[in-house]
Design a protein around this ligand. Sequence first.
Ligand code: B1M
Length: 211
Amino acid sequence: MNSQIQTVADNVIKGKSKVIAGLVQEALDAGCDASEILNAMIDAMGVVGGKFKRNEIFVPEMLIAAKAMKKGVEVLKPHLAGDGANVYGKMIIGTVAGDLHDIGKNLVAMMIESAGFEVIDLGVDVPIEKFVETIQANPDVKIVGLSALLTTTMPALKDTVAALNNADFRSSIKVMVGGAPITQEFADEIGADAYTADAASAAEKAKELAA
Ligand code: B1M
């Protein structure tokens, strides 16, 4: 890995949110590819997760690493996003009830927006009713994206999809799911229309579903 990109990744792991924007900008100025920087930052969060699992760090350290990652993504955003022209229609996205993880969901929202959707981001810990109300208030919505990062919130994902599947608007929307513990098998089991493993493939799939 290029040493500047490595420095960005190291500083995400250390949670150096004050310097990260400058480091990302320096890497971009030196000609580093924005997607490569992003992938290194995503891998860095994986390293953070591994350290947490091994009890080498705790929740506060995960939180400051997440803050650093977000600051870095802000600088990358204009370099990753397309022109954002709304050609595919509207999408609603959120992290399911009980789950506070939003970095992956934000990346998915960003990629889908830049692929040509108008994105309504409901944030994290989103109750089922909020998804339903927002879809009812936006009858032109084409896709609903649900993110879950914890094995303990997979049931909330299942319940949210079930509520959408039983709603009278079901035939007018497509339901996409994702997040680290989610698999194609689980998505099929709970009756979602699509599962994707990462933000770039989520954007591709969204275009396919909206076409
Ligand atoms: Co938490 N956490 N966390 N955490 N955290 C994990 C997920 C964990 C794997 C760490 C570990 O143990 N190794 C573990 C879950 C274990 C499990 O479920 N079996 C865990 C835990 C246990 C917890 C707490 C329970 C810890 C505690 O309190 N004891 C707690 C739960 C809080 C809650 O949600 N109720 C908790 C809290 C937190 C913080 C708040 C401190 C912080 C989140 C801050 C934030 O998001 N604003 C945090 C973090 C940072 C992590 C790790 C380290 C990093 C997550 C991340 O941002 N990854 C994570 C470890 C890991 O992932 N290896 C971990 C980078 C991001 C780009 O990837 O989110 O996977 P990801 O998104 C990807 C894909 O999954 C996919 O595309 C994205 C981009 O390519 N994707 C979709 C995501 N959503 C999609 C939707 C789609 C399609 C694709 O369609 C709609």
